[in-house]
Design a protein around this ligand. Sequence first.
Ligand code: HEM
Length: 401
Amino acid sequence: MSEISFNPFDPEFRKDPHPFYDRLRTDQPVHRTPIGFVVLTRYDDVVNTLRNNDFSRDIELNANLPETPTRKFKRENIRSKSILNLDPPDHTRLRRLVSKSFTPSAIERLRPRIQELVDASLANAKRTGEIELVEELAFPVPFLVISDLLAMPTDRGDELREWSQIITATLEPTTGVEDLERGEVAIGKMRPYLEEIIQHRRQHMGDDMLSSLIAVEEQGEKLNNDELMSFVILLYIAGHETTVNLIGNSVHALLSHPEQLAIMRRESCTANMVDELLRYNGPVQHTIRTSLVDVDLEVEGSKITIEKGALVLASLAAANHDASVFSNPHNLDFSRTNSNRHVAFSAGVHYCLGASLAKLETEIAVGTLVREFKNIEIVGEPEWRDRLTIRGAVKLNLTVS
Ligand code: HEM
């Protein structure tokens, strides 16, 4: 048998990582890459790692990595930490402060507004019979919803989108100093713009999420200005860069599985179907942690130790296709009864705060597209993003009637 390796640069891997993940999961579920990080592909290992406080999300502080120009740059230049990189108890405090705005009932109240935005986004396609799905539906809906929620003006949408894309590129495992520098320039442009909006909102509080974040006060604690800014930037980026890919991936998955599309037409799009679409091809491929102590994992009766300070890449995509949890995992199957066990939104303390919102947006966007058009066909080949962390289409041209 040939040596297996996790090589995210292999064009075959980029096209479809699942054959590689399947082999890793079977032959080397705790896989050490030549550059020293540990790749986990079994569902249980991924979930247990994400739920285990012996693993930290604060890589810069806790990982035992060789000094590189990238690390030096991060340490010297990247000032404030976002909620995403904090460990408890700092994470717990921040999360408690912000989670009130994201309760499922608060999100469900957005349903009519999301429907209105989806209907407006599809109006042109109804007239012309054509739609470029990403530009006309998958991007504008989450972007306008998050702008609405934060009561942000949308007049500089193009710039915000560009900055967000540059900042998201810094989350790639292959990030180098140049990407980080570009990211810092983008943050440097985004900050004063958002600062102005936050200042204005402080003086004119409304019933939007930004006002409640400003006002939030629990046990005498407030979000300080730096935390508020990092959080708003994270929300904006999550609004731009994740749901857009879920909507695109979902439509592509449905068009490649006409029998499942037929079920959705018959029964309309449900939350369970969105869970199955997230399991099948959720946009976030992996996340990282570092171990705070030596941790033992069991593989076929033997112990494999993940040493303190090791960098661990937990593959959410591989876990979601683990046949020991999801039967026939490479099939999109709306009759599955356990789709909601997927880890497309991660697990443990960092479980995606925007999960209910992303699911509702996708349910309405995909459900309305399928309801409005009896015929939907892909024109040409979709164009895919050249990213490792987030998978999704950049362009998906469709004819609809
Ligand atoms: C399909 C869409 C989305 C996917 C697949 C997704 C995925 C994820 C994942 C995997 C994490 C955790 C990463 C980790 O464990 O290291 C995360 C965290 C987070 N997400 Fe999402 N996300 C989506 C949409 C959104 C939206 C729309 C928002 C907000 C408007 C949002 C806000 C956040 C926040 C604030 C965190 C950090 C939570 C914490 O650290 O406690 N996400 N997301």
